[in-house]
Design a binder for this molecule. Sequence first.
Ligand code: C2E
Ligand code: CA
Ligand code: CA
Length: 301
Amino acid sequence: EELLMYADTAMNKAKSEGKNSIRLYNRDIKHEVIKKIDMQNKLRKALELDEFFLQYQPQYSLKTGLIRGIEALVRWKSPSLGIVKPNDFIPVAEEMGYIVPLGKWALKKACCDAAKWEKEFGYTGLISVNVSARQLNNADFVETIREAIVTSGVNPKKLELEITESMFISSFETAVPKLADIIDLGARICLDDFGKGYSSLGYLMQLPIDTLKIDKSFIAHTETNMIKSNIAASIAALVNDLGIESIVEGVETEKQFEFIRHTRTNDLQGFLFSRPVNEDMIGEILERNNRGIPFNGVLKN
Ligand code: C2E
Ligand code: CA
Ligand code: CA
């Protein structure tokens, strides 16, 4: 039994690394598996124990410098593991199906917060929520969105769902009609991380998207290597001609900003303007925005 369990562990490891790979069982794999099982067990209780919270990162219109939307980013504060980053726990949550209740919670919380900001600060921009493949493939996905809109009272036109291309690779036929249902509800679709992994321009024509988010890797090397930045500029121009809004994420430096401001990009998001912040910081950011202060007031003229 023990041997079979080890073989199974090695097989799973090989599978997770892609097709046609071979792995031998060893102590490192064993530790990894134990770590993962431990995380799974802790995740199972985390929602109940209220260990998740959302941080928010504003997105700015290049033209006006004012907020066009706010993206919700989930965080896990585990008493034993500390603050765990989404890239470390979301893949595990996806694998165990736990992303479905977690995603539902994040969606509802973000919608409720956006409705609250409208009442308190007159905020009428978008609220962006990340959606994973597993959530989209779940049978009650559209119902979940409808419910979040109804119970929060958020204006559905202000809800933008961020999806990625990888979701469509295995289930294009079933996923696309769901997007149509979401659009019927009044919400918007943003294709996130465009250019990371398998980007296909074909998706731009086949998916009903409102916004295309150009992956942060494109402008990460504006200072030293312009090739990718120039590609990002071309993508922005191309999608604009298709009537799709473009947003560049990962803007960290004034040099990057200088480059982007001369492109046809519509919107910007990045550490230069604001890192993701806790909910209690949003009021201050929105008040500055209401006073017409562009880009959160961080750029020198
Ligand atoms: P993402 O959707 O591409 O989110 C953007 C990530 O880039 C965030 O990382 C954000 O903190 C980071 N970022 C923002 N500005 C900059 C910048 O100027 N430079 C750099 N280097 N990074 C920047 P984070 O919060 O660690 O999230 C990682 C990923 O986890 C997200 O990538 C998203 O795919 C996933 N995620 C986060 N929240 C949720 C959620 O509620 N549901 C689902 N399904 N996935 C989520
Ligand atoms: Ca995103
Ligand atoms: Ca992204």
